[in-house]
Design a protein around this ligand. Structure first.
Ligand code: ZN
Length: 191
């Protein structure tokens, strides 16, 4: 076991405060938004890590790490919608193989959790990487200005702990293009 009290904060030299800064959202917002009957009828697959819902899409659980003052990190279990069927197949095959095939797997999706206190990150494209064998993918990057700030700025613990109630949102509008994918033309001409 790690000795928590031995860890001192690099900003102030004080022992790091105890307490876990980890929360999980049980299911993607657009899935929670459905009424129970509708959800039951449309669920093609459901587990703690994956939802596949007819007419809504495929969702995978990822960790959103948030830097917190005094050298801490809050982690939120949130959900990504992966709209591209081929990408979804690739992710699932890597997950099924596990081990070194899963470790390092990188993919992109749209955040399907209106996470407080930054609910407008909902819908933002973001990139996830699997940090090691049998681990949950972690968000590492976003072009979305707000989500990029959430991932990289150091936030007050008070703001995280008093963030307000989660209000689920439906996915609205059509699919938006993945900003990480270069066009077919640039892929062909670039290699
Ligand atoms: Zn400190």
């Amino acid at each position: 076991m790690a000795e928590e009290t031995a860890n001192l904060c690099s900003c102030c030299g004080e022992p790091l405060p105890p307490g876990n800064l980890a929360w999980d959202l049980e299911m993607p917002d657009p899935v929670a938004y459905l009424d129970d009957d509708d959800r039951a009828q449309r669920t093609l697959f459901e587990s703690e890590q994956v939802f596949n819902i007819a007419g809504l899409g495929a969702f995978i659980r990822v960790i959103l790490p948030v830097p917190v003052e005094h050298d801490r990190t809050a982690t939120f279990g949130v959900w990504l919608c992966v709209p591209d069927a081929k990408e979804w197949t690739r992710i699932n095959e890597a997950a099924r193989k596990g081990g070194s095939a899963w470790a390092g797997t990188t993919f992109e999706g749209r955040l399907a959790t209106a996470l407080q206190p930054w609910p407008d990150v909902f819908g933002a494209w973001t990139r996830a990487v699997v940090p090691g064998p049998d681990q949950v993918p972690r968000l590492v990057h976003s072009h979305d200005p707000l989500l990029a700030r959430v991932l990289t700025e150091r936030w007050p613990e008070e703001l995280i702990r008093t963030r307000g109630l989660h209000a689920v949102r439906p996915l609205s509008g059509g699919p938006t293009p993945n900003p990480y994918r270069r066009s077919l033309w640039s892929r062909l001409s670039g290699r």
